[in-house]
Write a protein that binds this ligand. Structure first.
Ligand code: SAM
Length: 503
């Protein structure tokens, strides 16, 4: 009763009617698909027109065109006034080549290929395999992509659809990655080249490569040329199941792993690891699947649950949780050094390094030899707490701090470093850690810890061993020794900045 009253503008439908609305929702993507195939939005791009004028332009049946356009009005893609139809904001997204276009995405999802595979969902759920697998076995794992290479139009639609999905997420992805010290990036399975374009445009010092199957080559090269990036970018054709991508400071891997089951994903991740030198990072970009809930259509949980089925029917892939991506990376011999969400709230970037980077060869499978080691002295051994829950002792050499500031310890940038520092003079610099709060704990002596707060300075007096100060991320700070003192710091060191203290 309360529900019905509070919702009186839209009466609550009985369950059978609610379900019926889901059942008939298959009409919707086909209406949108027909509109995008026929180019109805492009026909209205110049301004309002009658359905007769539109069918005349498109060479379609006049009355059937009117009927389709009425359905598009019902969906909110068109509006109708005095017999003339116009594009709404939603409808404009069906036009080609506009900054918000999702026309190719609609052509892909409503087109014969995807429609056919979804039609076999029942069988896929019975068998756990992608559509077609097990009945008429696929010629190869990449059969679908190989077929696209022979059919230029499907390849163009698929790659443009991927570009449309990547376009809006790309700035947030580029921002979430630390490009310091990187000269070259390879977008592995980079398809259309959309993400590589965004990276190269944001970081003019970088050079890059798209590594993908043949179907993506022509489209990616055309896009790189259109964006004026041909001089800094190339395309390498290869199959990740048996070929390593070219080496680079950053290997990007966006929306590739969800395409495949665990066994095939491990093959791809292993090929990437084999291409990685000691300082290289793999940056996997995927939306981690949230816990399922009964949210309304359009929420992330809804989208991920259906994207998961889309992967099942088309390629046998799947969506994964953050823990599952972490486990997969570790299994492939890659140590996860950080996971961060991008600003769009959908994707996360998983950064990983090659576990076998020191010794080469196969990934370490034996237990962590550092576990249970000790006793250590904090004077000579610091500890790195990795984002993946690791605690690694770091032998401190005389050049440790200068090496760190010159980027010679990339493996320490993520996570936190527990370090020890003795001093009897005031620090000569201010420092600032942009990626995390810091804890500074007094072990001995007496220190005035100075935090910059706008134009003012706040002094925290550390006098008793065991007292500590919490330094918020991004706050510049320095210290003054009142006597010989020693401190223990727990620091998120990535991106640390220094500037001299002016007296
Ligand atoms: C879902 S698309 C994503 C494209 C692009 N990374 C993006 O996010 O826009 C997956 C891409 O991975 C590529 N891919 C999948 N398996 C591959 C393999 N074995 N070798 C090379 N590329 C592969 C496909 O060709 C396709 O371009």
């Amino acid at each position: 009763m309360v529900r019905a009253m509070s919702n009186h503008h839209r009466p609550v439908l009985p369950p059978s009617r609610q379900l019926s609305q889901h059942i008939i929702s298959l009409w919707v993507p086909q209406a949108i698909h027909a509109a995008s195939e026929l180019g109805i939005a492009d026909a209205l791009a110049a301004g309002p027109a009658t359905s007769h004028e539109v069918s005349g332009k498109l060479g379609t049946h006049p009355e059937a065109t009117l009927r389709l356009m009425k359905a598009l009005v019902a969906l909110g893609l068109l509006s109708l006034s005095e017999g003339r139809f116009s594009l709404t904001e939603l409808g404009q997204c069906l036009a080609s080549d506009t900054p918000t276009s999702v026309r190719s995405w609609s052509r892909l999802m409503g087109g014969a290929w995807v429609w056919r595979t979804w039609g076999q969902l029942t069988t896929c759920v019975r068998t756990g395999h992608a559509a077609g697998v097990g009945e008429a076995a696929r010629a190869s794992d990449t059969e679908l992509f190989d077929a696209m290479a022979k059919d230029g139009e499907t390849a163009a639609i698929f790659n443009q659809a991927m570009a449309e999905l990547t376009r809006d997420a790309a700035p947030g992805i580029v921002d979430a990655i630390d490009w310091g010290g990187v000269e070259r990036v390879v977008d592995v399975g980079g398809g259309s080249g959309e993400l590589l374009c965004a990276v190269l445009e944001a970081h003019p010092h970088l050079r890059g490569d798209v590594f993908d199957l043949e179907h993506a080559r022509a489209g990616a090269l055309a896009l790189l040329a259109k964006r004026g990036l041909t001089g800094r970018a190339s395309f390498t054709v290869g199959n990740l199941f048996d070929t390593r991508p070219p080496s680079a400071g950053v290997l990007l891997l966006k929306s590739v792993i969800h395409t495949w089951d665990d066994a095939r994903s491990l093959q791809i991740l292993t090929r990437c690891r084999e291409a990685m030198g000691p300082r290289d990072r793999l940056v996997l970009v995927e939306p981690p699947a949230p816990a399922p809930d009964a949210s309304l259509p359009g929420t992330l949980a809804w989208m991920m649950a259906f994207s998961d089925l889309n992967m099942l029917v088309n390629t046998g892939g799947k969506e994964r949780t953050e823990a599952e991506y972490r486990a997969l990376l570790e299994q492939a011999g890659l140590r996860v050094i950080g996971v961060r969400p991008t600003s769009d709230g959908i994707f996360s970037v998983f950064e990983a390094v090659n576990m076998s980077r020191q010794g080469g060869g196969a990934p370490r499978e034996e237990p962590n030899m550092n576990a249970g080691s000790g006793p250590h002295s904090i004077d000579t051994t610091y500890v790195h707490l990795g984002d993946g829950g690791t605690a690694t002792p770091i032998e401190v050499t005389e050049s440790f701090w200068s090496d760190l500031s010159q980027g010679r310890h990339p493996e320490l940038e993520r996570g936190r470093l527990i370090s020890h520092f003795s001093f009897d003079e005031d620090w000569s610099t201010w420092e600032m850690h942009p990626h995390g709060d810091e804890i500074v704990l007094l072990l001995s002596g007496a220190v005035d810890f100075v935090l910059e707060q706008g134009p003012r300075e706040k002094v925290v007096r550390l006098r008793t061993p065991g007292s500590f100060v919490l330094v918020p991320r991004g706050v510049w700070h320095t210290a003054k020794a009142l006597e010989r003192s020693s401190i223990l710091a727990i620091t998120a060191g990535e991106g640390t900045q220094h500037r001299p203290v002016t007296r």
